[in-house]
Design a protein around this ligand. Structure first.
Ligand code: NAD
Length: 361
């Protein structure tokens, strides 16, 4: 199979970690008979330096012609980088918002996996996480409170602010379908999170999710109120498979879930639209404090590449092989500085990439 992949190396540690993910993909290609056509795309600070804007229209068109995008992170140090002297619409992060919008990336996926090998980094009591956990937070990304109408005005002499939380049934249906599809590739359980005891938008959410679930008889659906979910994530995280939720709840719950896994250098993410197209990137930022030192953890980006194979190309076997290779390297005791602990072997970015690629057989 030939895979046409757009590559945004980005800023800071972006180029370092993306290089390692490509190394692993190339090894997968060698072993399983796939070839890649990579399109290098400029975005963020790297694009500002060349074109004066964080992404060009031409770059967006090229991105659209790809089947998936693998990305490092963008941005720099807001205090020292000249990129942050530009007006907000010209700064690095504006490129990301523009590409998300242009490609209609409405479904955000953030896996939260606790590897048994890294359980020391988990702030929860050991008896709660024995054996690790593996959940996928699926967050609606383009609707809800963050995109609704807002205003601040004086009413009866008091400053009053209003933000509206709006979803229509189609917006709910398309993310619910994505959530159930993903559950079918995992442990076939969806926990839909809402606040249906209070909010109309949540009651519609629940109704539409129920309707969609009828097309997925193999998937168990449960509903959970968001406040309860926030508690359950720290009380019994092993109960979850796919958590399906709207924009603001997902924003908060995905950060909570990632916190209980330990290091930011391990967290992959994906943003998908209605087709197989997706943008795959580590959850962390461009880490300007460690850029160029060869010490960044490339695992989040390598796991993002695995997600790309699974969700954009349906190469589930190859994705599982990458995930197993990551686990094997952790089991062997190799660690980058962010996940280092006593008695383990410290390696740099490129060595970690070599070790993981070495287990793709
Ligand atoms: P950050 O995630 O870049 O860094 C936070 C801390 O985590 C730092 O100490 C960093 O060294 C560490 N870290 C992050 N990734 C790591 C890795 N792979 N290996 C080892 N350590 C790692 O967050 P920040 O410092 O708040 O942001 C830096 C820049 O990144 C900003 O310009 C911000 O806007 C941008 N950013 C971009 C994205 C994106 O591209 N999607 C996301 C978040 C932040």
């Amino acid at each position: 199979m030939n895979l046409k992949i757009g590559v945004i190396k980005g800023d800071g540690i972006g180029p370092e970690v993306v290089t390692e993910a490509m190394k692993v993909l190339d090894k997968v290609g060698e072993v399983y008979g796939h070839t890649y056509s990579y399109e290098q795309l400029l975005m963020g600070g790297a694009s500002i330096d060349v074109h004066g804007v964080p992404i060009t229209d031409e770059m967006i068109e090229t991105a659209k012609s790809c089947e998936a995008i693998l990305m490092g992170s963008i941005g720099g140090d807001a205090k020292t980088s000249p990129w942050y002297k530009l007006e907000p619409s010209k700064r690095p992060e504006a490129g990301l918002l523009k590409i998300r919008k242009a490609l209609n990336l409405f479904a955000n996926l953030r896996p939260a996996v606790l590897y048994d090998e890294l359980k020391g980094a988990c702030p929860l009591k050991e008896e709660l996480t024995e054996g690790g956990f593996d959940m996928m937070i699926m967050r609606e990304l383009t609707g809800g409170l963050y995109f609704g109408e807002r205003k601040t005005e004086e009413i009866d002499g008091l400053m009053t602010a209003c933000d509206s939380l709006t979803y229509n049934e189609e917006e709910i249906r398309r993310i619910a379908i994505r959530g159930f599809d993903i559950a079918m590739k995992r442990n076939k359980k969806v926990t839909s999170v809402d606040k249906a005891n209070v909010l109309d938008s949540s009651r519609l959410w629940r109704k539409v999710v129920e309707e969609v679930s009828k097309d997925y008889p193999e998937v168990t659906l449960e509903h959970m109120l968001v406040d309860n979910c926030a508690m359950q994530l720290v009380k019994n995280p092993k109960q979850f498979d796919v958590i399906l939720t709207e924009n603001m709840f997902g924003d908060i719950l995905s950060d909570e879930a990632s916190m209980v896994t330990g290091s930011i250098g391990m967290l992959a993410s994906a943003s998908l639209n209605e087709t197989k197209f997706g943008l795959y990137e580590p959850s962390g930022g461009s880490a300007p404090d460690i850029a160029g030192k060869g010490i960044a953890n490339p695992i989040a980006t390598i796991l993002s590449a695995a997600m790309m194979l699974r969700f954009s190309f349906d190469l589930d076997r190859e994705a599982s092989v990458i995930e197993a290779a990551v686990e094997k390297v952790l089991e062997e005791g190799y660690r980058t500085i962010d996940i280092m602990s006593e008695g383990k072997t410290l390696v740099g970015t490129s060595e970690m990439g070599d070790l993981i690629a070495g287990h793709i057989i």
